[in-house]
Write a protein that binds this ligand. Sequence first.
Ligand code: C5P
Length: 410
Amino acid sequence: MATTSQNLSGLRILLIISGSVAAYKSLDLIRRLRDEGADVRCILTSGGAQFITPLSVASLSENKAYTDLFSLTDEQEMGHIRLARDCDLVLVAPASANIIARAAQGLADDLASTVLLATDRPVMLAPAMNPVMWQNKAVQDNVQTLHKRGYRVITPGAGDMACGETGTGRLPEVPDLVRAVCDFFQDNAPLKGLSALVTSGPTFEPLDPVRFLGNRSSGKQGHAIAEALAMAGAAVTLVSGPVQVPDPARVRVLHVETAQQMLDACLKSLPADIAVCAAAVADYRAAEPAEQKIKKSGEAGLSLKLVQNPDILATLSQSNRRPKLVVGFAAETHDGLENAKQKIDRKGCDWLVLNDVGGGKIFGQDENTVTLLRRDADSKLDAETWPELSKKDVARRLADKIAETLPRSA
Ligand code: C5P
């Protein structure tokens, strides 16, 4: 269950466990990283598998333990290239002298070394070996080479070794490894120092004390965006209509029901550097909600007088406290691109995420296919269609795009 004290919530760590007696500590490391909210997927080298078993790794990570480069099943489930990329950090702990040498040489003779070559994600090494091996010039040169290539290296600890010798070469204790990982994400958060306001979910507009006007929005996409922005280091306020999805970790959540309450909560949350309006706000509300339950009126039917709700996205876009970047959403059933182009101008936002909801698609589902429309500095409109992705991956991509656009201010 996510709590706000988790420092790694929503982050995906690929843990490579190589052949060192310290591999036993990796089992506890998996648990502690997961306690911090990380999703941990593991690769066990053949050396690592001499010390701990794939079964214990899989049980503790609650993910498959990957061991083999040429496994047809693994490649079908998740190819080694995806394994190398679908993570936020590759952590090699313990990193043996052997895997360090193979990475420095660029070898690709097993799954772990191939993934290290194929990854475009940051890599952190936690070397663990006999003190004389650690001091060996060959090892030190290899570590230097990897460091120069951008690998982060956690210096091994000093003390008694399993082999009976004393010196530097111990895998740091698990809490120290977890702290190094948390610090890494904290220091490298691309939106650190920036604030973001996100709207999500539907609004419910009361007709009487029992009934309301609402819509099918699940809040999954908006909540995932709030979480992704928080993971990228932004201080996020999420203004959410009534939804079943849980509050995301590390996000301030304001729960509202109606469009007017959503607008008020948004205006109170300004200033913000970024606004993403993903809520499906009801366009109309009852002019005068009945104070008592409306009774059936028989054959004559029932007429309701509706009035238009405030447009939160347009209000934020045109506010004198306008966030630097305002992103809207458009759910269209037809003529999506044309309508979206008009909408970006009418509302005055900078970007618009267009999703096709024709034929009941998207609502409540976990996947989304979107086109991102962006007005560039010369007012030219750029449209980029992404492949079908999970809503969480759409959120991550959007957070990455926002981070590329807004320089962090810390
Ligand atoms: O006009 P339409 O509802 O299609 O616009 C969708 C975009 O405008 C979404 O970003 C939605 O969150 C936002 N919106 C809003 N307030 C409204 C209506 C829509 O913020 N009253």
